[in-house]
Design a protein around this ligand. Structure first.
Ligand code: NAD
Length: 453
């Protein structure tokens, strides 16, 4: 067994993680850790991805602190056993669900929000009373190093440990007798994780990606739609799992929408975004080349400039794109936004339904009947009406995919539930015994027929 897994499993068995007091203390410690390490975290995010201080603080540190506050406030209630009804057949007994930790959890994180996506699952896992091993992404090595240092300073390795490394390291960890695996990353790697987990029947949550459509109908408030789409798409230079991947626009409003998006791109990022010190870069050369290649699809109508030395790609809008272009085959995961058009909403619904179920979907339009039609007829992880990304920061909304975009969800109470095994208990009375269940009972058949006949 891997020494850290062995250490954590034996420490977990001793029961240290189970009390409310312990869990609460650890959550508060994590909040303190984020405050102490605020500067190193922001510096590392700047170094690895050129994230601006505002974006980095809002999307990584503030998000985590608010998750911790929510957990601390609700933890006592969440931990209580849930009493359930006692049917007549169970008269005399008490029936309840105990909330138990799984044991040792592995959290595998991607590089795009490398602090938030490594630690948000950890908040749920420790609130639920587990020990945790974090495997951060090797593509943001400075952040990964800071994560290791801060966790080592605040938590002992038998409780929380960071194991750095690439896919070989991850594959070795997946062979360990873990109790839960929480994976955030791409669809192809998600399939590998699930296959490996199945060998030992380890439960998994898969937070994956894919192509998230943004529909803009003819009755949308075009100026506001443009502003919210530009924000959602180009935050973190499009390297957001729930960023609008492509725009699907009613043909009558396409020209107005593109014009308005161009205005907001200039307003948010300046005349030359490549020189904007606050604009996030593409994480590495491989991804820079991958995203740059999408500029060969369709026609560039906004942006299109590149700076290879800085790994920056300007916010770009592509027109005249077809469903056969490469940009419409892969998840883009970069600041390139293709625009396609439809004539009738049914056409858009059918097209989206013919593709894998998206992680997110955004619909812009004022008519409530049409909003309902979208919600009723397309399956997707989660999303917004008349906005982008905003659903992810409400701790009362579980976050996760469906179909190819993932399985399971987290945030807020759903994080606690994800890392909790619900143990169902019937506590039977010994004051009397009902004989109808035993062989030979004349009453048995009559009771069965009465209740289930
Ligand atoms: P990735 O799948 O390449 O890597 C994720 C993690 O898996 C990393 O820690 C990596 O070291 C590990 N890994 C990579 N290859 C592996 C292999 N063969 N075996 C075992 N482990 C392996 O993803 P990424 O490039 O880091 O992140 C981008 C992807 O993640 C996008 O598809 C994006 O949509 C998705 N994503 C999803 C969410 C979500 O919450 N649903 C959030 C962020 C990113």
């Amino acid at each position: 067994m891997h020494p850290t897994v062995k250490l954590q499993k034996s420490w977990f068995k001793e029961g240290h993680t189970k009390s409310y007091a312990f869990r609460k203390e650890q959550l508060l410690k994590m909040k303190k850790m984020l405050t102490t390490f605020e500067k190193p975290i922001l510096n590392a995010l700047k170094f690895d991805m050129n994230k601006s201080e505002y974006e980095a603080y809002a999307s990584e540190i503030a998000f985590l602190k608010s998750e911790i506050d929510h957990h601390v406030k609700q933890l006592k209630t969440w931990m209580q056993p849930t009493k359930v009804k006692t049917p007549l057949t169970h008269t005399g007994s008490k029936n309840f669900i105990r909330k138990e930790p799984y044991g040792t959890v592995l959290v595998i994180a991607p590089w795009n929000y490398p602090v938030q996506l490594a630690l948000a699952p950890v908040i749920g896992a420790i609130a639920a009373g587990n020990t945790v091993i974090i495997k951060p992404s090797e593509l943001t090595p400075t952040v990964s190093w800071v994560l290791k240092k801060m966790i080592e300073q605040y938590f002992p390795p038998h409780f929380i440990a960071v194991i750095e490394g690439d896919k070989e390291v991850t594959q070795k960890l997946l062979e360990q007798p873990l109790d839960y695996i929480f994976f955030t990353g791409s669809v192809p790697v998600g399939k590998i994780i699930m296959e490996k987990a199945s060998k030992q029947l380890i439960p998994v949550t898969l937070e994956l990606g894919g192509k998230s459509p943004t529909i803009v109908h003819k009755d949308a408030n075009i100026d506001l739609a443009a502003k919210r789409i530009v924000w959602g798409k180009f935050t973190n230079a499009g390297q957001t799992c729930i960023a609008p991947d492509y725009l699907y626009v009613h043909h009558e409003v396409k020209a107005d929408l593109i014009r308005a998006m161009k205005k907001y791109i200039q307003q948010f990022y300046g005349e030359n975004p490549l020189d904007n010190e606050e604009y996030t870069k593409i994480v590495n050369q491989t991804h820079f080349e991958r995203v740059s290649a999408y500029l060969d699809s369709g026609t560039v109508v906004v942006g299109g400039s590149l700076d290879e030395s800085k790994h920056k790609i300007a916010p770009t809008i592509l027109d005249q794109v077809s469903w056969e272009d490469q940009v419409m085959k892969d998840e883009i995961f970069g600041p390139v936004l293709p625009v396609l058009t439809y004539h009738a909403l049914d056409e858009a619904i059918d097209k989206i339904n013919s593709r894998p179920k998206p992680l997110a979907l955004y619909y812009f339009g004022e008519n409530e009947v049409e909003q309902q039609r979208i919600l009723n007829s397309i399956s997707f992880g989660g999303g917004c009406i008349n906005d982008t990304l905003y659903h992810i920061i409400n701790p009362h909304l579980p976050f996760g995919g469906v179909g190819e975009s993932g399985m399971g969800s987290y945030h807020g109470k759903r994080s606690f539930d994800t890392f909790t095994h619900e143990k169902s208990i019937t506590k039977q009375t010994t004051r009397f015994d009902q004989n109808f269940r035993y062989p030979g009972s004349q009453l048995g058949m009559a009771v069965l027929k009465k209740f289930f006949g």
